[in-house]
Design a protein around this ligand. Sequence first.
Ligand code: DMJ
Length: 536
Amino acid sequence: LERIRADHERALREAKETLQKLPEEIRRDIRQDKEKLLQDARGRKEAGAPGLPQRLFRQPVGAVGQEPADPDVRQRREKIKEMMKHAWDNYKRYAWGLNELKPISKQGHSSNLFGNIQGATIVDALDTLYIMEMKEEFKEAKEWVEKNLDFNVCNYTVTVDETHLSQIRSLYSKSFLIPDTSVFRKKAVELGEKLLPAFNTPTGIPWALLNIKSGIGRNWPWASGGSSILAEFGTLHLEFVHLSHLSGNPVFAEKVMNIRKVLNRLDKPEGLYPNYLNPSSGQWGQHHVSIGGLGDSFYEYLLKAWLMSDKTDEDGKKMYYDAVQAIETHLIRKSSGGLTYIAEWKGGLLEHKMGHLTCFAGGMFALGADGAPSDKTGHHIELGAEIARTCHESYDRTRMKLGPEAFRFDGGVEAIATRQNEKYYILRPEVIETYMYMWRLTHDPKYREWGWEAVEALEKHCRVDGGYSGLRDVYNNHESHDDVQQSFFLSETLKYLYLLFSEDDLLPFEHWVFNTEAHPLPVLHKDDGNKEENQK
Ligand code: DMJ
């Protein structure tokens, strides 16, 4: 009551003062108020988004590289660009604005994973179009995002990892790579804010699913008694640290730093991280450990958090190298035929199976070699090379020269899928991702050769009139297409192929880290005034 009375009195006083002014003075005040409002609005427009701090766009290093010097390499790179054009043009023709393309039935496709989100292929492909200098296509994609991507329609349950996070990841990366990025920046922060209630759990480990309207979260019922999943809550770090930079709001970084704290407090069986963690009790669920599905990108983000912090994030570094040590001791094995593979661990027992997803680890080990103790650098590169060789074998031992979803090292087989439901290939990127890292870090020409084998196989078996399709069985004599052109084919598979045949000056590793969907994020260099931020 007192406050209302005071406000009321102040309003009366101001009105009286105004009435005592000459009409000319009143008109001047009004003019000044108007000008101020206009100025504020202009400022907001330049800053790109209301409420966001102004940020100068720095010309990014290596967002566009030089032409490859070698004419054969140049030609191969051109071919990959042509593949991107084929994938994009068909998406545009038959599925524009929808999530993905069905290249055989020539219509749009959307799996449950996407919820109500639309245009996943456009958002995902933007930075590939940009680095390939496909200017027209990039322009139309950017315009679509500006006009159509609206997270305010999200008054439903969203997945905190796969779909929505991947949108943040993707938008986010664009706000660094591409000039005039206010639109990406604004939308990334907007979506980040919407996801914050997912962290309202007793431990701060986020739910996998969130109803944006009610702010109530939950987990998948199949996930070990309603646990959160390591590869989901462990794959937020890079984007949330950057979100704090973009928005000026520390809350995002605080949320992911807390995840680390919780993990560091827990006992880990044999130093390994199980895939399931209950966000209420803070206890591990089933002791199932995998460097593939459900676990993979958690390990990737420990290493990349350290790299993205310009190697100042000591905590991330320690967690990564400790985890690799435990993985080597308990999961990495050599087959009798001499192939190194990463098995899965179920309550202490090994399942001698390696997923296509796990093949990304070859690139990760090699990328992490630099920070390993000096006597182990060569060993980490070697480990990466061995995983690359095994994954290449998994491709080479199929009829279509494209790898299965999972391959086994038991029952007398090596690097071969034995179960029918593991024989499919859905245009996944992980093996090519590893070739790209191995090429950049060793310049051994075999990685480009292996990448080219994959290009030829994709052209022969996956390319159809209406785009690119996955295959149901890579061991079959005849293609049975699954009729889906995954959006990650454009954002990851084709981007890694393009980088494999580019010079090292395109998105150089000293300046960029690739997030788990191959979207580049800039390293927060200490000398750019990020020192304190990195250490927080
Ligand atoms: C990608 O979208 C990401 O790399 C994710 O982390 C796991 N795999 C898919 C594509 O295979």
